[in-house]
Design a protein around this ligand. Structure first.
Ligand SMILES: O=C(O)CCC(=O)C(=O)O
Ligand SMILES: [Fe+2]
Length: 313
């Protein structure tokens, strides 16, 4: 088990005027290779959107259970998930494409508040757009760092998005009879996305597995986003970028709220390592594969090593 300090995960201030684009591109690439994740300070307008979003999340999860259960989707990981016996501390909503389709946010808010809630709807929409913008900005930096920025327009065309809204309850006190209680909020996984952007309240709980195999308690600086490399970028980059395995472990006495914006390829897209990323020192690790087929394979097998089994060359 190697040494690993939480504060090694870089926190980058995306004030590009001050730092310069090229310098930032190389720092993002380093972080994605070394940790598969980074913190980003990203200028938010209006300034308190982050706080408004956290209030919106609380209001949403405070709704009665039967209202929340109305959010049903045929897509996996999208319906409202309330009491789940494996991870009883967490509750979540998934929304497909919601960042790009303004009507989807409206439809969702109308379902939750039939009398309307325009303020909350606007907060959700603005925050999702901000997170989508940041997601694409980082993807652009990654392509540029590999000298394949000409692929950016195609990547954007072939990309869709998914967002998740999450609440984690306070874990129950440890019983005196030594019975184990679960403090797991979210089981260990790698994201099936290209890149994920997360936002959270002040309650920490996210843990990332280091290359050395130890769980790192991540301390997300206030107001920062977390960017996490998903399976798709790992495969596309011929294994050079790390898909960070992560989980949520709850402690303390406050509820945790978070929200994620995931970019993912449209179902029919073929993920293929660019020729520029294959050479004598970097033999091809992943054969071309169809994203929709990979996702279905994962949904029906939910194996940790799904990517390796499905797409190894
Ligand atoms: O709540 C978090 O911070 C993590 C969420 C997450 O990993 C996910 O939704 O994939
Ligand atoms: Fe995740």
């Amino acid at each position: 088990m190697g040494e690993f300090h939480e504060d090694e995960i870089p926190c980058l201030n995306f004030d590009l005027e001050e730092e310069g684009w090229k310098g930032m591109v190389s720092k993002v690439r380093d972080a994605c290779e070394t940790y598969g994740c980074l913190f980003v300070m990203y200028d938010i307008t209006p300034k308190d959107l982050h706080e408004e979003m956290l209030v919106a999340l609380k209001n949403l999860f405070d709704l009665p259970e039967e209202t929340k259960q109305k959010h049903i989707s045929s897509k996996p990981y999208s319906s409202y998930q309330g009491k789940c016996p494996i991870v009883p501390l967490s509750e979540s909503f998934g929304l497909y494409d919601a960042a790009q389709l303004p009507d989807a946010t409206q439809a969702f808010t109308n379902l939750m508040w039939p009398q309307g809630n325009p303020v909350l709807c606007e907060t959700l929409r603005s925050m999702r757009l901000k997170m989508l913008e940041l997601n694409f900005l980082i993807l652009k930096m990654i392509l540029e760092s590999f000298g394949v920025e000409k692929q950016y327009d195609t990547l954007v065309e072939n990309m869709t998005s998914h967002s998740r809204l999450m609440k984690y309850r306070v874990p129950p006190p440890t019983p005196s009879n030594n019975e184990t209680v679960t403090d797991i909020g979210l089981l260990p996984h790698t994201d099936k996305s290209s890149l994920s952007i997360l936002l959270q309240n002040e309650v920490q709980g996210l843990q990332v597995l280091s290359k050395q195999g130890t769980w790192i308690q991540v301390k997300v600086p206030e107001g920062c986003f977390v960017a996490i490399v998903g399976d798709v970028l790992k495969a596309w980059s011929n294994g050079r970028l790390q898909a960070a395995r992560h989980r949520v472990v709850m402690s303390g006495e406050k509820e945790r709220y978070s929200c994620g914006l995931f970019t993912l390829p449209k179902e029919e897209t073929v993920i293929e390592v660019p020729n520029e990323l294959v050479d004598k020192d970097h033999p091809l690790l992943y054969k071309p594969f169809n994203y929709g087929e990979y996702f279905s394979y994962f949904v029906s097998n939910t194996r940790d090593d799904a990517l390796e089994i499905f797409a190894s060359a």
